[in-house]
Design a protein. Structure first.
Length: 299
């Protein structure tokens, strides 16, 4: 298989590095610079690991407009971005571009939508992708040509999740991930899911009934166009209590699926290209990351 496209969820990397590195690490302006330092070092490590044909740094809205319109609670529980991080956030795109990495911004969509769009486009043309993110919804992109690199646990390392890895972690196929989120919810995004349905139950129901609509039909829920539901099919984990919850919250589950579903982003394709370490070294040095600049120049 040809060298992959490395797709990076830069907003997540910035948050991760900002809170992982001490605020005592300051840039040339005297402000904390850990967000940029940690992000660039992670990207460089992933480049070393995968030797990609191209690198794309994905950006976007903190929460897509259409998702908030569907679900006002989406991301509403999250604290506002710290001022120190906002300062570095505004510098991140230019810094990534200085390394010769492609920068793609989803505008009103999120970085996840950008990554999903580009990975599927790459797969459809016979190419491969490596996605670096912690977001569960992007595990829906995993296929024979696409893997996700995500945190292994509390440590700094990342693990590779392929098709079998999705099954091991979530007990569903990649094409069922969005339906899983609709049923069980996603606390990190403020997606509630169906009351009383956790990860194991949701996975078991999807294993039996295929997708969200199959689960709702088995519960006797009204169809998406308002057609009457049939008699519930109890058994295989679909108890009368769960069937009742699914009927009551069928519209909410469909809404939550629409919130979790990745949208096509209007972004340009990414051309193959190599990292410009010299230009990157100059850029990080100007921001006050002298040690990183020295490492880049020494190879």
């Amino acid at each position: 298989m040809s060298a992959p496209l490395l797709l990076l969820d830069v907003p997540w990397l910035l948050y991760r590095a900002h809170f992982a590195l001490p605020s005592s690490i300051k840039g040339a302006d005297g402000e904390p610079i850990g967000a940029l330092l940690g992000t660039v070092r992670t990207i460089l490590a992933e480049i070393e690991e995968h030797d990609p044909a191209a690198v794309c740094c994905a950006f976007g809205s903190e929460e897509a407009t259409h998702r908030v319109e569907l679900l006002p609670a989406y991301h509403a529980h999250r604290d506002p971005m710290p001022d120190a991080l906002r300062h570095r956030w505004d510098q991140a795109q230019d810094l990534c571009a200085a390394f010769g990495w492609a920068v793609r911004d989803g505008g009103d969509l999120e970085a996840d939508d950008v990554i999903g769009t580009l990975s599927k486009r790459r797969s459809s043309h016979g190419g491969s992708s490596v996605i670096v993110t912690a977001d569960r919804d992007l595990m829906a992109c995993v296929d024979e040509r696409t893997v996700v690199r995500r945190p292994a646990g509390r440590g700094p390392g990342l693990v590779t999740i392929d098709v079998d890895g999705v099954r091991d972690q979530l007990a569903v196929r990649p094409d069922q991930v969005t339906d899983l989120i609709a049923l069980r919810g996603d606390q990190s995004d403020g997606i509630p899911g169906v009351p009383g349905i956790g990860a194991k139950t949701a996975a078991r129901l999807l294993e039996k009934h295929g997708d969200l609509e199959g689960v709702l039909r088995a519960a006797g829920a009204e169809g998406p166009d308002g057609e009457p539901g049939g008699d519930p099919v109890h058994g295989d984990g679909l108890t009368p209590r769960l069937a009742g919850a699914l009927r009551e919250h069928a519209a909410d589950a469909r809404r939550d699926r629409a919130v979790a579903l990745l949208h096509e982003a209007d972004v340009e394709a990414v051309a193959d290209g190599r990292t410009d370490r010299a230009a990157g070294a100059d850029a990080v040095e100007a921001l006050g990351m002298g040690r990183l600049a020295k490492d880049l120049r020494e190879g």
